[in-house]
Design a protein around this ligand. Structure first.
Ligand SMILES: [Zn+2]
Length: 115
């Protein structure tokens, strides 16, 4: 019977090891997820630090930050230019006489006929 007892013990040990390995993998996945969450938090904080630095030192950035501050300012100008263009594209002309909306490029007001 010693043979069967020994075999039974080996199977039990193997099962225990398999269960432990599964638990370890679950722990690794949980820790990786935690690392990812902390990295995201750090990136958010970096963004806040950068934004605050920009607000405080837009005009007097230290040399080490001058290039980055200039890049942000350039991006802001590009955004403003795009927004102005969108406003221009969306602008609907109005009749100077009756105030009705006009079709862009129309020669006469469709409501009152004013040229
Ligand atoms: Zn009109």
């Amino acid at each position: 019977m010693a043979f069967f007892d020994d075999l039974s013990k080996k199977i039990t040990d193997a099962s225990t090891k398999t269960i432990q390995k599964g638990k370890d993998l679950t722990d690794v996945a949980r820790l990786n997820s935690q690392i990812s969450a902390e990295e995201n938090r750090i990136n958010t904080l970096y963004g806040m630090i950068g934004k605050q630095y920009m607000e405080l030192h837009r005009e007097d950035a230290e040399d080490a930050f001058a290039g980055l501050v200039a890049s942000v300012a350039e991006a802001e100008q590009n955004i403003a230019a795009c927004r102005a263009k969108i406003t221009e594209l969306r602008a609907v002309p109005h009749c100077p006489n009756c105030g009705a909306e006009l079709v862009k490029g129309a020669a006469f007001c469709g409501i009152c006929g004013t040229p």
